[in-house]
Write a protein of this length. Structure first.
Length: 251
C-alpha cells in the first residue's frame, strides 16, 4: 500500500507542476504555433498523470492544464481571461477530456487491484489444496480458507464449524451469491452484510453436508457479487477436501 501512496503523491506533484512548466515553455512559440497544438501538448501531460489511476491527480492535472493554457496561450496573455470563442471552447474541451480520461484510468486501476487480489487469494488457496492432496492436514486448508474469507469479505471473525448449520439463526450466504436473513433476501450491494448478526456459509462435498463457516462482518462490510462467488468457490474446495477423507482431520 505504501507503494501506491508514494506514487499518488508523485502524481499530485506532477499534476501541479508539469502543466505549468510546459505552458511556460510554449510561451515563446505562442505567436507562431496554433493554440490547439499547445492544448494537445498539455492534454498529453494530463493523460500521463491520469495513467496513475489516482483521481485527485488526474483532475488536478486537467484543471491545471486548462488554467495555464488560458493564462499563457490565449489572449489577453498573462490573464485568467478568454476573449476568443474558439479559445474558450478549446479550454473547456481540455478540461472535460482530461476529467474523462482520469475516470477511465481510475476504473482501470481499480480493476487491476481487484485482479491482483483475486490472483493472490487463488494462489494461496491452490497451494493449500495441493498440500492436502499430497497428504497434508485438512485443518491447514480450513485455516487458509478462513484467512482468505476474512480478507475477501471484510470480516471481523471467521471460524469453521463441523456438521453445524442454522444454529443461532444467522444470515446465510447462499450458493448463488445472494444473502438471506431470516425469511427474506438481503441486499448486500446496498446495505452490506446484515449488521448485528453472523452470516454462515455452508460447506458441502461429495453430495453431503460437511459444516459451515460462521462469519462476523466488520461494520459496513459490503462484498461485491464477485467476492461472494469467490468465497463460495473457497467453501467448495474445503467441502471437496473433507469429502475425500473421513473422519475429518481436525488437528
Amino acid at each position: 500500500m505504501s507503494r501506491y501512496l508514494t506514487r499518488d503523491r508523485m502524481a499530485v506533484l506532477a499534476a501541479l507542476a508539469v502543466p505549468l512548466g510546459l505552458a511556460a515553455v510554449l510561451v515563446p512559440f505562442r505567436a507562431s504555433v496554433p493554440n490547439t497544438d499547445g492544448a494537445l501538448a498539455l492534454l498529453l501531460v494530463v493523460v500521463a498523470v491520469a495513467a496513475s489511476g489516482y483521481r485527485l491527480a488526474g483532475i488536478l492535472a486537467a484543471v491545471s492544464a486548462a488554467a495555464w493554457f488560458d493564462f499563457f496561450l490565449t489572449k489577453p496573455y498573462e490573464q485568467f481571461d478568454i476573449t476568443g470563442r474558439t479559445d474558450l471552447e478549446t479550454t473547456i474541451l481540455l478540461l472535460v477530456i482530461g476529467v474523462a480520461i482520469t475516470e477511465l484510468a481510475v476504473w482501470g486501476r481499480r480493476e487491476h487491484i481487484t485482479a491482483s487480489k483475486r490472483a493472490g487469494y487463488l494462489e494461496g488457496l491452490g497451494a493449500a489444496v495441493k498440500a492436502v492432496a499430497a497428504g497434508g492436514s485438512q485443518s491447514m486448508l480450513i485455516d487458509q480458507v478462513t484467512s482468505q474469507l476474512t480478507q475477501l469479505l471484510s470480516l471481523q471473525a471467521c471460524r469453521f464449524q463441523l456438521g453445524v448449520a442454522g444454529l443461532g439463526q444467522p444470515a446465510r450466504l447462499q450458493s448463488d451469491g445472494t444473502v438471506t436473513a431470516g425469511q427474506r433476501s438481503w441486499n448486500v450491494d446496498l446495505d452490506g452484510l446484515p449488521p448485528g448478526m453472523d452470516t454462515e456459509l455452508l460447506v458441502e462435498g461429495g453430495g453431503l453436508f460437511q459444516g459451515r463457516f460462521l462469519m462476523t462482518p466488520l461494520p459496513g462490510a459490503r462484498p461485491t457479487p464477485e467476492q461472494r462467488q469467490l468465497a463460495i468457490a473457497f467453501a467448495d474446495q474445503v467441502g471437496a477436501a473433507l469429502a475425500a477423507s473421513h473422519p475429518v482431520d481436525q488437528t
